[in-house]
Design a protein around this ligand. Structure first.
Ligand SMILES: Cc1cc2nc3c(=O)[nH]c(=O)nc-3n(C[C@H](O)[C@H](O)[C@H](O)COP(=O)(O)OP(=O)(O)OC[C@H]3O[C@@H](n4cnc5c(N)ncnc54)[C@H](O)[C@@H]3O)c2cc1C
Length: 438
């Protein structure tokens, strides 16, 4: 049986796979994109109904196409994001095969390239790009046993308030997902407890410019390394309902009961660290620092943007901050559901190559892995802070396509030289045979 051969196989057709295809085509690299479900699947089936993009339409997009029918300063709905990538893939004629799952990728023995086993048969490829996303497998801390009689779901399984049983809800995690879900549940009339960890909370807009613009002009999206001492930064922002600044004191005023980090569970009672005030103070400091940097930028560059002194006025601390709850019996508090907005982990179990460190993390430089021919795309901080976001992945894909095309040229040179050498050797042998025959 002959095996299909393609120069580059891209695994996954989210934004990363689509961007990769665009740049590979531009570099003349033959490729296919294999997607186990549909283009932009995670936006379709792993996000809640009311989700809007966290960044405005002018920002959270690829350079080559605007969002059709969305105000550039508005926040596209999740359906509009999904439609955008489907339209984009069509526009660039991306060779995407949907419904094809990659089961494994292995290095070919004593030969260049990889064997890609898929649900529709094997493919041999010189290069493989893992574009399967930074947010792959829901991460739920092993805190509350599954047999405790309440509904426990991860934010990927949350859809809308009426999906939850009657009673109070506890949202654990206060990044963009946790905060947005808590706000939606409060608005639906639920009693909401929200466990808040360390976070950043930039202003939605300041002096008439969105925070995405401020992070751009202040060079923060381009920061190449995480701030010292941080392994992960949760950003609490929201594009819901036209977008607004996340303010935990406002949430508390609306009825949310804020808690520190969930710590342990025993006999129906959940305990919380005494870190709520610190976490909120850290978020405030981050918020105020951005206002300071923005003000300095305005002055230094003589920009005509209206001052906004009221943005600096913080509301008084609510009772749940001044007298924090450190223990909560879930049944007594009437909590019938827990939504874990605790993030994601990666899953590269299908990628059986030497490209991971001892802890299973991709070993790479700007997405170029330690296994020649294997590339990663869409990783957090792959080359900079913006890497896992819509606009950032496009630039990382460009870099990878350039590297893949360069490596391909080396291989082509090798193949040409090998052919020349084989032909020359054959000619020599034929001459020798002619001579021997006289
Ligand atoms: C709740 C939430 C909201 C977000 N909002 C924004 C936002 O507003 N703006 C922004 O810029 N970023 C946002 N992000 C971050 C990021 O843009 C998204 O997570 C985005 O989906 C990542 O795109 P990706 O292509 O890297 O990965 P994914 O979208 O995860 O795509 C990977 C694809 O690979 C496929 N796949 C996986 N394994 C295999 C396999 N073995 N074989 C074949 N196919 C496979 C999957 O089906 C999937 O379609 C958000 C993230 C989350 C979690």
């Amino acid at each position: 049986m002959s095996i299909e051969k393609v120069h580059t196989v891209v695994v996954g057709a989210g934004q990363a796979g689509v961007a990769m295809s665009e740049h590979l085509t531009a570099c003349g690299v033959p490729h296919v994109v294999l997607e186990r479900h549909r283009i932009a699947e995670r936006w379709r089936s792993e996000r809640w109904d009311s989700l809007a993009a966290n960044g405005p339409a002018w920002h959270d997009r690829f350079p080559g196409m605007e969002f059709p029918n969305v105000d550039p300063d508005g926040f596209p709905t999740k359906e509009q994001v999904e439609e955008y990538f489907v339209a984009y893939a069509k526009r660039i004629a991306a060779p995407i095969r949907c419904g094809v799952e990659v089961k494994s990728v292995r290095k070919l023995e004593h030969r260049l390239g990889f064997l890609v086993e898929t649900s529709q048969g094997p493919i041999e490829a010189d290069s493989v790009v893992a574009a399967t996303g930074a947010f792959q497998r829901p991460l739920v801390p092993n805190l509350i046993p599954g047999d405790v009689s309440l509904l426990q779901i991860h934010s990927t399984a949350y859809r809308r308030p009426d999906q939850l049983p009657k009673g109070a809800a506890l949202v654990i995690g206060a990044g963009s997902s946790g905060v947005q879900i808590a706000e939606e549940l409060l608005a639906a009339g639920k009693r909401v407890y929200l466990s808040v960890g360390p976070h950043e909370r930039p202003p939605r807009a300041y002096r008439e410019r969105d925070y995405c613009w401020w992070l751009g002009v202040l060079g923060k999206w381009d920061a190449e390394t995480r701030p010292a001492g941080t392994s992960h930064i949760t950003i609490a922002v929201s594009g819901a309902g036209g977008g607004h600044t996340v303010d935990f004191r406002v949430l508390a005023a609306q009825g949310a009961i804020l808690l520190g980090m969930a710590q342990s569970f025993n006999n129906g009672t959940l305990t919380f660290a005494a870190d709520l005030s610190d976490n909120i103070a850290h978020g405030d400091a981050n918020y105020l620092a951005l206002l300071d940097e923005a003000d300095a930028y305005v002055v230094r560059n003589g920009l005509d943007l209206p001052a906004e002194p009221e943005a600096r006025k913080l509301k008084p601390d609510p009772a749940c901050m001044t007298s924090p709850i450190l223990e909560l019996n879930l049944a007594e508090a009437g909590i019938t559901s827990i939504i874990w907005a605790t993030g994601f982990t990666s899953d590269y179990s299908w990628l059986k190559v030497d490209a991971f460190d001892e802890e299973g993390r991709p070993r790479h430089q700007r997405g170029v892995s330690s296994e020649p021919g294997i590339y990663f795309l869409g990783l957090p901080w792959q080359s900079r802070r913006g890497s896992a976001f819509i606009w950032g992945v496009w630039h990382d894909a460009k870099h990878l396509a350039d590297r893949i095309a360069t490596r391909r040229r080396y291989m082509e040179y090798h193949a040409q030289r090998t052919n020349v050498e084989i032909t020359a050797a054959a000619e020599q042998a034929s001459l020798r045979a002619d001579k021997a025959r006289g």
